[in-house]
Design a binder for this molecule. Structure first.
Ligand code: AMP
Ligand code: MN
Ligand code: MN
Length: 335
């Protein structure tokens, strides 16, 4: 941590980025660190490789949209790359950046982080990268403005499962308490993130629950959202965040999976041509003892023990369901 703090204090030009399909932790850290570096007098640029829309529950975050760039700056080779909440160079969505950067600082909480940076601060037991970043910013003497506080609180809130996952530690609650003491309006953030669900997203949820597959004696729940579901629900691509949690919440379910189509667009890693079917898979487990990261890793994905994901190119939902049923039946608890 001290090495990262010293390095950031000395930085004059940084390029900050996070993982593709950014969630509240990734976006919150992106904004918080950007503002912090500006406070320290550095020239800071935020970059996001993802061309998909930012999930609407995070679009209210101050500092978003205004300054995030979708292609690397011309002077990327002269900027220290700082990645937040990003488990590997590939997850940036533009691996070349790490090669180009004179140096990379990697701040993350994914236990499977590949340590692709020159300095790697990986704290696998932390609820969120935002929780780690809060300590870093304090050590840097950065003033936690409302904008920074809200961004960090959002990251902690979503990644700790609203403070309910086992990764939510006493330290997580302490950081949240300090942010709230500093003026963060937690009720307003809760409302923004969880109670402004677009109707189209609710319709998408309705479709996936209606058609879900229950396997392994009720211990595995799988939902599929195809392109036609997006169309019939009138939903765009940013509307899948959090839907998988509804499957894990079902009584008796130990592993939940959401398989959802990606639009035909830029060629993705592993995809032979643009028309090849492409699905993202979100995996969740109900306990620390059920490691879904391994199931994702076997398909070149990754994540955490209880929340992981992978992308499947050229496979039908039925094939993915077969893979999941087989691998999950090997890890679920037999009682
Ligand atoms: P998601 O299901 O997209 O919310 O992701 C759950 C967790 O798995 C997050 O920590 C992600 O960073 C991680 N993850 C999702 N997809 C991938 C992937 N293709 N490769 C590595 N990690 C992933
Ligand atoms: Mn994340
Ligand atoms: Mn995270």
């Amino acid at each position: 941590m001290d090495e990262v703090v010293d390095a950031l204090r000395a930085e004059k030009r940084v390029l900050i980025t996070c993982h593709v399909k950014p969630d509240g932790d990734a976006l919150g850290c992106l904004i918080a660190l950007h503002r912090a570096m500006q406070q320290l007098g550095a020239d800071s640029v935020m970059y996001l490789a993802d061309t998909e829309a930012i999930a609407p529950e995070f679009s209210w975050l101050g500092g978003l949209g205004e300054a995030i760039i979708g292609s690397p700056p011309d002077d990327a080779a002269a900027r220290t790359l700082v990645t937040v909440d990003c488990g590997s160079a590939e997850r940036i969505g533009n691996e070349v950046l790490v090669e180009k950067a004179p140096r990379t600082i990697n701040i993350d909480h994914h236990a499977d982080n590949t340590r692709f940076g020159d300095i790697n601060l990986v704290m696998g037991a932390s609820s969120s990268t935002a929780e780690i970043l809060y300590s870093i910013l304090n050590k840097l003497g950065v003033e936690i403005t409302t904008e920074i506080g809200e961004a960090l609180y959002t990251g902690i809130l979503v990644d700790s499962g609203r403070f309910q996952y086992s990764s939510a530690s006493a330290q997580t609650f302490r950081v949240a308490a300090e942010l709230i003491s500093g003026g963060v309006d937690h009720a307003a953030i809760f409302h923004h993130v969880y109670e402004t669900v677009p109707l189209a997203k609710t319709r998408l949820l309705c479709r996936l629950l209606t058609n879900m597959t229950i396997a392994c004696d009720g211990k595995l729940a799988i939902g599929v959202i195809g392109r036609n579901d997006f169309e019939l629900a009138g939903a765009g691509n940013g509307l899948t965040e959090g839907l998988v949690d509804n499957l894990r919440a079902i009584e008796g379910v130990q592993v939940a999976a959401l398989i959802y189509a990606r639009p035909a667009g830029a060629l993705e890693p592993g995809q032979k041509n643009r028309n090849e079917p492409l699905y993202r898979v979100s995996l969740r487990s109900s306990s620390e003892t059920l490691d879904v990261q391994r199931i994702a890793k076997a398909k070149s994905g990754g994540g955490h023990r209880q929340a992981a994901g992978f992308t499947a190119a050229g496979e039908t939902p039925e094939q993915i369901i077969a893979y999941l049923t087989e691998s999950v039946s090997g890890i679920i608890c037999q009682d």
